[in-house]
Write a protein that binds this ligand. Structure first.
Ligand code: FES
Length: 103
């Protein structure tokens, strides 16, 4: 599947992701700026915050209690389409936007 990453300034990168890999891992392993992922993917840092683009929210796993709590700790504003990218496995094409700040 392909994941489109949109920087806060609108720059886009489209990356091939291995199915099942997290969105966070896909960005980090390709050296993409925009995600810090301090905790390494354990839903404990909220520095992998992304906004899921319109049309891609359906089919994502539900927000767990842990993710929900951490989403209240993001540096940028939490919105209805906010997710922690380490909690999003890539199963089909996806597009996410990075917030202005992660820390
Ligand atoms: Fe820390 Fe996602 S990498 S919460």
């Amino acid at each position: 599947p392909k994941v489109t990453f949109i920087q806060p300034d609108g720059m886009q990168n489209v990356l091939d992701a291995e199915a099942g890999t997290s969105v966070m891992r896909t960005a980090v392993s390709n050296g993409l700026p925009g995600i810090v992922a301090e905790c390494g993917g354990s839903a404990m840092c909220a520095t992998c915050h992304v906004y899921v683009e319109d049309g891609y929210l359906d089919g994502l796993p539900e927000i767990s209690d842990v993710e929900d709590e951490m989403l209240d700790c993001t540096a940028a504003e939490r919105c209805a389409n906010s997710r922690l990218s380490c909690q999003l496995p890539v199963v089909s094409d996806l597009a996410v936007r990075f917030p202005d700040a992660q820390v």
